[in-house]
Design a protein around this ligand. Structure first.
Ligand code: CO
Length: 140
């Protein structure tokens, strides 16, 4: 059988200063930002750094009631969530629900870059906020 996870889509890191963090990745590691987006519904601005077929997603809040603002206030900067690429977000989400997992999104919703995403609560497994990410077709 084949698993539902096809790739690490992104590792998301919550930061206070997006410009300064991007500059560090560019200057020190020679990283390249390939996408920037403000996701109003989530109250975040993101910069995506390409690493082979995956991304590092640097996230900063755009308003005080953003979940990322709450995260930064409670825990400071650091790893926020892991995005796993899947072929079918609804199917993967259904597998988590069927296994009794606690989910944040009960139905898939639009993410950045035209993706379709759903978040799984960190209490479900290993204290990790998981994002299931279905790429805009065709998969990159
Ligand atoms: Co994400």
């Amino acid at each position: 059988m084949s698993g539902l996870l096809t790739e690490i889509d992104h590792v998301a890191i919550a930061v206070h200063d997006l410009a300064a963090t991007v500059a560090w990745y560019e200057d020190v590691l020679g990283a390249r930002v390939v996408h920037r987006e403000v996701v109003d519904s989530d109250g975040v601005e993101e910069a995506l750094i390409e690493v082979a077929d995956s991304f590092v997603q640097l996230l900063t809040p755009t308003r005080d009631d953003s979940p990322v603002a709450t995260f930064l206030a409670r825990r400071g900067e650091g790893l926020h969530h892991v995005g796993y690429r899947v072929d079918d977000c609804a199917l993967a989400l259904a597998a988590v629900v069927a296994a009794g997992g606690r989910v944040i999104d009960t139905v898939p919703r639009p993410g950045s870059r035209g993706t379709t995403v759903a978040f799984i609560h960190p209490k479900t497994v290993a204290g990790t906020l998981i994002e299931l990410v279905e790429e805009p077709s065709p998969a990159r």
